[in-house]
Design a protein around this ligand. Structure first.
Ligand SMILES: O=C1O[C@H](COP(=O)(O)O)[C@@H](O)[C@H](O)[C@H]1O
Length: 261
Protein backbone atom coordinates (compact mmCIF):
# COMPACT_ATOMS: atom_id res chain seq x y z
CA UNK A 1 0.00 0.00 0.00
CA UNK A 2 1.43 3.40 -0.91
CA UNK A 3 1.80 6.13 1.68
CA UNK A 4 0.77 9.62 0.62
CA UNK A 5 3.81 11.87 0.19
CA UNK A 6 4.48 14.50 2.84
CA UNK A 7 6.40 17.60 1.77
CA UNK A 8 8.87 19.76 3.64
CA UNK A 9 10.23 22.79 1.80
CA UNK A 10 13.35 24.57 3.01
CA UNK A 11 14.66 27.98 2.01
CA UNK A 12 17.68 26.74 0.05
CA UNK A 13 19.74 23.63 -0.60
CA UNK A 14 22.22 24.27 2.21
CA UNK A 15 19.46 24.48 4.80
CA UNK A 16 17.74 21.46 3.27
CA UNK A 17 20.93 19.42 3.61
CA UNK A 18 21.47 20.51 7.22
CA UNK A 19 17.84 19.86 8.21
CA UNK A 20 17.80 16.47 6.48
CA UNK A 21 21.07 15.53 8.20
CA UNK A 22 19.59 16.47 11.59
CA UNK A 23 16.47 14.45 10.77
CA UNK A 24 18.60 11.45 9.79
CA UNK A 25 20.66 11.59 12.98
CA UNK A 26 17.45 11.52 15.03
CA UNK A 27 16.05 8.60 13.04
CA UNK A 28 19.22 6.55 13.45
CA UNK A 29 19.47 7.26 17.17
CA UNK A 30 15.79 6.36 17.67
CA UNK A 31 16.11 3.13 15.65
CA UNK A 32 19.20 2.11 17.62
CA UNK A 33 17.36 2.81 20.87
CA UNK A 34 14.32 0.77 19.92
CA UNK A 35 15.79 -2.03 17.77
CA UNK A 36 19.45 -2.11 18.74
CA UNK A 37 20.73 -1.13 15.32
CA UNK A 38 19.69 0.95 12.35
CA UNK A 39 19.77 0.47 8.59
CA UNK A 40 19.97 3.29 6.08
CA UNK A 41 20.09 3.26 2.29
CA UNK A 42 22.26 6.02 0.84
CA UNK A 43 21.82 7.79 -2.46
CA UNK A 44 24.38 9.26 -4.78
CA UNK A 45 24.08 12.58 -6.57
CA UNK A 46 24.47 16.18 -5.49
CA UNK A 47 21.69 16.27 -2.93
CA UNK A 48 22.63 12.96 -1.32
CA UNK A 49 26.27 13.97 -1.02
CA UNK A 50 25.27 17.41 0.30
CA UNK A 51 23.33 15.70 3.07
CA UNK A 52 26.29 13.46 3.95
CA UNK A 53 28.64 16.46 4.07
CA UNK A 54 26.19 18.29 6.34
CA UNK A 55 26.01 15.23 8.57
CA UNK A 56 29.80 15.10 8.76
CA UNK A 57 29.83 18.76 9.87
CA UNK A 58 27.05 18.35 12.47
CA UNK A 59 28.28 18.10 16.07
CA UNK A 60 25.29 15.82 16.79
CA UNK A 61 26.83 13.16 14.54
CA UNK A 62 28.53 11.87 17.69
CA UNK A 63 25.09 10.87 19.01
CA UNK A 64 25.06 8.05 16.44
CA UNK A 65 26.59 4.71 17.36
CA UNK A 66 28.29 4.24 14.00
CA UNK A 67 29.25 0.65 14.84
CA UNK A 68 25.56 -0.34 15.00
CA UNK A 69 24.55 0.99 11.60
CA UNK A 70 24.09 -0.90 8.34
CA UNK A 71 24.62 1.18 5.24
CA UNK A 72 23.30 0.10 1.86
CA UNK A 73 23.09 1.87 -1.51
CA UNK A 74 20.09 2.52 -3.70
CA UNK A 75 22.23 2.42 -6.80
CA UNK A 76 25.77 2.45 -8.06
CA UNK A 77 27.60 3.51 -11.17
CA UNK A 78 29.27 0.30 -12.45
CA UNK A 79 32.87 1.52 -12.49
CA UNK A 80 36.18 0.28 -11.06
CA UNK A 81 36.77 0.32 -7.30
CA UNK A 82 37.82 3.78 -6.13
CA UNK A 83 36.59 5.55 -9.24
CA UNK A 84 35.69 9.12 -8.22
CA UNK A 85 32.31 8.79 -9.94
CA UNK A 86 31.24 5.80 -7.85
CA UNK A 87 28.57 6.69 -5.32
CA UNK A 88 30.42 4.82 -2.57
CA UNK A 89 33.66 6.71 -3.28
CA UNK A 90 31.80 10.01 -2.96
CA UNK A 91 30.05 8.88 0.24
CA UNK A 92 33.40 7.91 1.75
CA UNK A 93 34.81 11.34 0.94
CA UNK A 94 31.75 13.20 2.21
CA UNK A 95 31.24 11.26 5.45
CA UNK A 96 32.26 7.65 5.87
CA UNK A 97 36.01 8.22 6.14
CA UNK A 98 35.34 10.60 9.05
CA UNK A 99 33.17 8.37 11.24
CA UNK A 100 33.84 4.99 12.91
CA UNK A 101 31.57 2.80 10.78
CA UNK A 102 31.98 -0.96 10.96
CA UNK A 103 33.41 -1.86 7.50
CA UNK A 104 31.50 -5.15 7.59
CA UNK A 105 28.25 -3.20 7.80
CA UNK A 106 29.06 -0.93 4.86
CA UNK A 107 27.36 -2.79 2.02
CA UNK A 108 28.78 -1.21 -1.12
CA UNK A 109 27.53 -2.49 -4.46
CA UNK A 110 30.16 -4.41 -6.47
CA UNK A 111 32.62 -2.57 -8.71
CA UNK A 112 33.23 -3.39 -12.36
CA UNK A 113 36.69 -4.76 -11.50
CA UNK A 114 35.40 -6.78 -8.55
CA UNK A 115 34.63 -10.49 -8.22
CA UNK A 116 32.02 -10.40 -11.01
CA UNK A 117 34.18 -8.47 -13.45
CA UNK A 118 32.19 -6.64 -16.09
CA UNK A 119 29.14 -8.91 -15.58
CA UNK A 120 26.70 -6.36 -14.18
CA UNK A 121 23.86 -8.89 -13.96
CA UNK A 122 25.98 -11.19 -11.77
CA UNK A 123 27.00 -8.21 -9.64
CA UNK A 124 23.35 -7.19 -9.20
CA UNK A 125 22.35 -10.76 -8.30
CA UNK A 126 25.13 -10.90 -5.70
CA UNK A 127 23.85 -7.70 -4.08
CA UNK A 128 20.33 -9.14 -4.05
CA UNK A 129 21.71 -12.18 -2.20
CA UNK A 130 23.49 -9.96 0.30
CA UNK A 131 20.21 -8.17 0.98
CA UNK A 132 18.35 -11.46 1.30
CA UNK A 133 20.91 -12.74 3.83
CA UNK A 134 20.40 -9.60 5.90
CA UNK A 135 16.61 -9.95 5.89
CA UNK A 136 15.20 -11.69 8.94
CA UNK A 137 11.97 -13.73 9.04
CA UNK A 138 10.26 -10.69 10.54
CA UNK A 139 10.95 -8.82 7.30
CA UNK A 140 8.59 -11.09 5.32
CA UNK A 141 10.62 -10.68 2.15
CA UNK A 142 14.01 -10.74 0.46
CA UNK A 143 15.21 -7.35 1.74
CA UNK A 144 15.54 -5.93 5.25
CA UNK A 145 13.03 -3.31 6.36
CA UNK A 146 15.36 -0.34 6.03
CA UNK A 147 14.76 2.39 8.59
CA UNK A 148 15.37 5.14 6.05
CA UNK A 149 15.96 4.86 2.32
CA UNK A 150 17.08 8.07 0.64
CA UNK A 151 16.74 8.86 -3.05
CA UNK A 152 18.04 11.85 -4.96
CA UNK A 153 15.54 12.89 -7.63
CA UNK A 154 17.08 13.48 -11.05
CA UNK A 155 15.94 16.27 -13.41
CA UNK A 156 14.17 13.58 -15.48
CA UNK A 157 12.43 12.25 -12.31
CA UNK A 158 14.73 9.23 -12.09
CA UNK A 159 15.53 7.82 -8.67
CA UNK A 160 18.36 5.40 -7.84
CA UNK A 161 19.20 4.18 -11.38
CA UNK A 162 15.56 3.73 -12.34
CA UNK A 163 15.28 5.89 -15.44
CA UNK A 164 12.03 6.68 -17.26
CA UNK A 165 10.91 3.93 -19.63
CA UNK A 166 13.99 1.68 -19.13
CA UNK A 167 13.35 -1.98 -18.21
CA UNK A 168 14.58 -1.63 -14.60
CA UNK A 169 11.64 0.56 -13.61
CA UNK A 170 9.22 -2.13 -14.79
CA UNK A 171 10.83 -4.87 -12.66
CA UNK A 172 8.35 -6.48 -10.29
CA UNK A 173 10.19 -9.60 -9.07
CA UNK A 174 13.90 -9.00 -8.57
CA UNK A 175 15.15 -6.63 -5.87
CA UNK A 176 18.36 -5.55 -7.64
CA UNK A 177 19.03 -5.38 -11.36
CA UNK A 178 21.71 -4.28 -13.80
CA UNK A 179 20.99 -1.23 -15.93
CA UNK A 180 22.23 -0.78 -19.49
CA UNK A 181 22.01 2.37 -21.57
CA UNK A 182 21.30 4.83 -18.76
CA UNK A 183 20.83 8.31 -20.26
CA UNK A 184 23.08 9.78 -17.53
CA UNK A 185 26.71 8.56 -17.55
CA UNK A 186 27.90 5.99 -16.93
CA UNK A 187 25.47 3.91 -18.98
CA UNK A 188 25.98 0.74 -16.93
CA UNK A 189 24.69 0.74 -13.38
CA UNK A 190 23.24 -1.39 -10.58
CA UNK A 191 19.99 -0.39 -8.92
CA UNK A 192 17.45 -1.41 -6.34
CA UNK A 193 14.05 -1.90 -7.95
CA UNK A 194 10.79 -0.32 -6.88
CA UNK A 195 9.71 -3.44 -4.90
CA UNK A 196 12.95 -3.26 -2.89
CA UNK A 197 12.57 0.48 -2.32
CA UNK A 198 9.03 -0.03 -1.07
CA UNK A 199 10.27 -2.40 1.63
CA UNK A 200 11.70 0.57 3.52
CA UNK A 201 9.95 1.91 6.59
CA UNK A 202 10.59 5.48 5.42
CA UNK A 203 11.51 6.70 1.93
CA UNK A 204 12.95 10.22 1.70
CA UNK A 205 13.18 11.89 -1.71
CA UNK A 206 15.68 14.74 -1.93
CA UNK A 207 15.21 17.49 -4.49
CA UNK A 208 17.05 20.79 -4.38
CA UNK A 209 17.75 23.25 -7.18
CA UNK A 210 15.70 24.66 -10.01
CA UNK A 211 16.69 21.80 -12.35
CA UNK A 212 14.60 19.50 -10.12
CA UNK A 213 11.44 21.65 -10.18
CA UNK A 214 9.80 20.05 -13.18
CA UNK A 215 10.59 16.52 -11.99
CA UNK A 216 9.10 17.20 -8.56
CA UNK A 217 5.98 18.76 -10.05
CA UNK A 218 5.43 15.86 -12.45
CA UNK A 219 6.10 13.12 -9.90
CA UNK A 220 3.82 14.72 -7.31
CA UNK A 221 0.99 15.46 -9.72
CA UNK A 222 -0.09 11.91 -10.44
CA UNK A 223 2.40 10.86 -13.15
CA UNK A 224 2.96 7.15 -13.69
CA UNK A 225 6.11 5.51 -12.33
CA UNK A 226 7.26 4.31 -15.76
CA UNK A 227 7.46 7.89 -17.01
CA UNK A 228 8.44 9.40 -13.63
CA UNK A 229 10.10 6.74 -11.44
CA UNK A 230 10.09 9.08 -8.43
CA UNK A 231 6.29 8.76 -8.41
CA UNK A 232 6.63 5.05 -7.63
CA UNK A 233 8.99 5.44 -4.67
CA UNK A 234 7.20 5.22 -1.35
CA UNK A 235 7.77 3.74 2.08
CA UNK A 236 5.67 1.42 4.24
CA UNK A 237 5.15 3.99 6.96
CA UNK A 238 6.18 7.29 5.43
CA UNK A 239 7.11 8.95 2.16
CA UNK A 240 8.81 12.25 2.67
CA UNK A 241 9.82 14.74 0.01
CA UNK A 242 12.54 17.12 1.23
CA UNK A 243 12.80 20.06 -1.14
CA UNK A 244 14.24 23.53 -1.34
CA UNK A 245 12.18 26.46 -2.56
CA UNK A 246 13.70 26.31 -6.06
CA UNK A 247 12.74 22.65 -6.51
CA UNK A 248 9.26 23.32 -5.13
CA UNK A 249 8.63 26.30 -7.42
CA UNK A 250 6.52 24.42 -9.98
CA UNK A 251 4.43 22.36 -7.58
CA UNK A 252 0.68 22.85 -7.83
CA UNK A 253 -0.36 25.42 -5.22
CA UNK A 254 -2.52 22.79 -3.53
CA UNK A 255 0.64 20.82 -2.67
CA UNK A 256 3.01 23.66 -1.85
CA UNK A 257 3.39 24.02 1.90
CA UNK A 258 4.85 27.15 3.42
CA UNK A 259 8.68 27.22 3.35
CA UNK A 260 10.32 26.50 6.66
CA UNK A 261 12.64 29.25 7.94
O1 LIG B 1 23.39 9.36 -11.08
C1 LIG B 1 22.70 9.52 -10.10
O2 LIG B 1 21.83 10.56 -10.06
C2 LIG B 1 20.79 10.69 -9.11
C3 LIG B 1 20.45 12.16 -8.95
O3 LIG B 1 21.62 12.93 -8.85
P1 LIG B 1 21.66 14.50 -8.82
O4 LIG B 1 23.12 14.89 -8.90
O5 LIG B 1 20.87 15.01 -10.00
O6 LIG B 1 21.05 14.93 -7.53
C4 LIG B 1 21.16 9.99 -7.83
O7 LIG B 1 20.04 9.94 -7.02
C5 LIG B 1 21.70 8.61 -8.09
O8 LIG B 1 22.00 7.94 -6.88
C6 LIG B 1 22.93 8.71 -8.89
O9 LIG B 1 23.52 7.47 -9.20
Amino acid sequence: MSTAPQLVVHRDKELMAQAAAARLITKIVDAQASRGSASVVLTGGRNGNGLLAALAAAPARDAVDWSRLDLWWGDERFLPEGDPERNVTQARQALLDAVPVNPERVHAMPASDGPYGADVEAAAAAYAQELARAAGPENHGPVPVFDVLMLGVGPDAHVASLFPELPAVRETERTVVGVHGAPKPPPTRITLTLPAIRAAREVWLLAAGEDKAQAAAIALSGAGEIQAPAAGAYGRARTLWLLDAAAAAQLPRSLYPPASP
